[in-house]
Design a protein around this ligand. Sequence first.
Ligand SMILES: Nc1ncnc2c1ncn2[C@@H]1O[C@H](COP(=O)(O)OP(=O)(O)OP(=O)(O)O)[C@@H](O)[C@H]1O
Ligand SMILES: [Mg+2]
Length: 303
Amino acid sequence: MAHQGDALRSWVKAKTDQATREVLHQRLTGARVMAVTSGKGGVGKSSLVLNLALALAAREQRVVILDADLGLANINIMLGYEPVYTLWDVVEQRVALRDTLQAGPNGLRIIPGGSGITELARLDSVDIAHIIEGFQELEGECDWLLIDTSAGISDSVLAFVLAADEAIVVTNPEPTALADAYGLIKAVWEQDGRVALKLVMNRIQSRDQGVRLGNRLTDLAQKALGQPVEMLGQVADDPVVARSVLRQIPFYTAYPNSDATFDVGDLADKLLHRVPPPRRGGWGAFVKRLVENWPREIDRDPI
Ligand SMILES: Nc1ncnc2c1ncn2[C@@H]1O[C@H](COP(=O)(O)OP(=O)(O)OP(=O)(O)O)[C@@H](O)[C@H]1O
Ligand SMILES: [Mg+2]
């Protein structure tokens, strides 16, 4: 009998271990959905998204960028191409999501959002299911969905952050940018305290400055809001960033030995080596949450 009891116990244990492993596997694998956002405009979101995507691609990661800046989509300009189709064409059922993908350098692919994102709110559930299917299909062949959002704490920006698995808040050392980054973190957590936020200090003059200002902001968030923001890292203020925008070649490719390239590589390494936050159901679930959170009255930025 004792022998049978042991066998039963080890069978139950093996099953439990397997179930735990499966849950862990689900939580830790699969394509990540990461929004890149900021309180203040012009702090370097689009430059970071594009070059971080290339740094991840150089580390064998398959990356899709969703260019979701509702005011001025910039990723295509930084790469020097005109989008053929945007998410708008998918919403209008002219093409499949896959047809909107623009091929960037090193296997990078970009979905130009265009006005398609603002139109998500008016779709019926059949149309939304169609878009969800498109994202789910792409997810199977990707490791990352990086989302370049607009700046600010409008409901539409918050919708992206609240729908993603995780988000990077970008700031620079200017007091206004730091204050706006804090305001954004607070606004996100007022809606959902579970969102995993990471901080990137861009345009730093020295490592000391980045660490000091980064710690000050993360400490303040912890003390005042009771939650940790992960300090992901920093990117040097580097003239190659502006030069690469002018040349329409990302600095990660055009200036491989620059400080900015080194720093963005370091951010990619940290993203790959630190334990990621749990996935929240994949890309389909992300689109579903985005549509649910999307403001009914869209606050369009003046163009
Ligand atoms: N690390 C850096 N060093 C020097 N210049 C930088 C750096 N990062 C960004 N810039 C410059 O800052 C400007 C704004 O960058 P970018 O367009 O990436 O910001 P953004 O946050 O996406 O702006 P927006 O809010 O308008 O979308 C660009 O001129 C870019 O060259
Ligand atoms: Mg931008």
